[in-house]
Design a protein around this ligand. Structure first.
Ligand code: UDP
Ligand code: MN
Length: 322
């Protein structure tokens, strides 16, 4: 009798041990599958660009495709009902670029946000009629031209300065100043917004600092010595909060005036002065070359998307002087 009870107890113990082990095994495999699932779904949606740097040395973001979550970003900016002022200069024959750049902007640029385009031109009658989306408007500002393209290009600074002071500072939350000989090819949205925004020049991205075409003559206010400089920024895209961009254009305009008085013109006009400014006033957000490509340039693997690009033009035919 005693023996039987003991064997029964032993068996019950063994059976429950085995059942327990089995249950635990089933649970463990289930849990680990779940863990794997959770891990893989996290990994596949994880934002990462191991092939490029996504921050500067001063920890400003560098904006690349697959390194930001647009839903999260739009959830920040949409409720603020912001307005983005955007300037284009189209003097002389450059009016021909307006149609493409404006039409493509309507498809890709800050879609879903309020945009106020300001078009500076000496030929207001030649500004094309472009159908604008809801919340978007365009103002034409008549401007005198010049017989030197260098002068046209660099005088943009003082005209933007005046526009911000007279209008944009009270009416817009952000401003972008863009080259007109350009086209949008893909999304350019709120991920580009920041206090002070610069863009990495397509032709100098990845080249060594000594190859940057900074102004190298100490006589110019745009001078940058060979052992200094972070990036070579493109002059075709400047952006940020109106007060920050105002400070930038005012400083560049004053330095351009000093240079003019000293009869020196920086090698790349206002782009040289912009690079000098950004060296001492670091952008808080840096746009990758996705935001300023060049139609003539091949697309390396790090370029997952071209958002905005300089179109090909016949310099001799289009500029007022060689
Ligand atoms: N620009 C203009 N008319 C001219 C020359 C220049 O309106 O005759 C303006 C235009 O907005 C252009 C910008 O100045 O996008 C910069 O000039 P450009 O594009 O010729 O310089 P690049 O980008 O070739 O260095
Ligand atoms: Mn251009």
């Amino acid at each position: 009798m005693g023996n039987f009870t003991m064997r029964l107890r032993q068996n019950v113990f063994l059976i429950s041990l085995i059942a327990g082990l089995l249950l635990w095994l089933v649970y463990f495999s289930y849990a680990s599958t779940r863990l794997r699932l959770v891990y893989f779904s996290y990994a596949s949606t994880r934002l990462s660009r191991p092939d490029v740097s996504t921050t500067t040395k001063w920890l400003a973001p560098i904006v690349w495709e697959d390194a930001f979550d647009l839903t999260v970003i739009d959830n920040i900016y949409k409720p603020q009902n912001i307005t983005v002022a955007t300037t284009f200069f189209a003097l002389g024959k450059y009016v021909r670029f307006l149609k493409d750049v404006l039409e493509s902007a309507e498809q890709h640029f800050m879609v879903g946000y309020r945009v106020h385009y300001y078009v500076f031109t000496d030929l207001p009658d030649e500004v094309p009629t472009v159908t604008l989306g809801e919340g978007r408007q365009l103002t034409v500002i008549k401007t005198s031209s010049s017989n030197r393209w260098q002068e046209i290009s660099l005088r943009r600074m003082e005209m933007i300065e005046k526009l911000i002071e007279d209008e944009v500072i009270n009416k817009a939350d952000y401003i972008f100043c863009l080259d007109v000989d350009s086209k949008f090819y893909a999304h350019w949205g709120a991920e580009s917004l920041g206090d002070l925004v610069g863009v990495l020049h397509a032709w100098f991205f990845g080249t060594s600092r000594d190859q940057f075409t900074y102004e190298r003559r100490p006589e110019s206010q745009a001078y940058i010595p060979f052992n200094e400089g972070d990036y070579y920024y493109g002059g075709a895209v400047i952006g940020g909060r109106p007060d920050k961009v105002l400070k930038l254009v005012k400083t560049c305009r004053m330095n351009l005036d000093v240079d003019r008085a000293n009869k020196i013109e920086a090698v790349w006009q206002e782009e040289s002065h912009l690079n000098k400014y950004f060296l001492y006033n670091k952008p808080t957000k840096v746009l990758s070359p996705e935001y300023l490509w060049d139609d003539r340039k091949g697309k390396p693997s790090f370029m997952k998307v071209v958002r905005f690009s300089q179109v090909e033009k016949n310099y001799a035919e289009i500029r007022p002087n060689p």
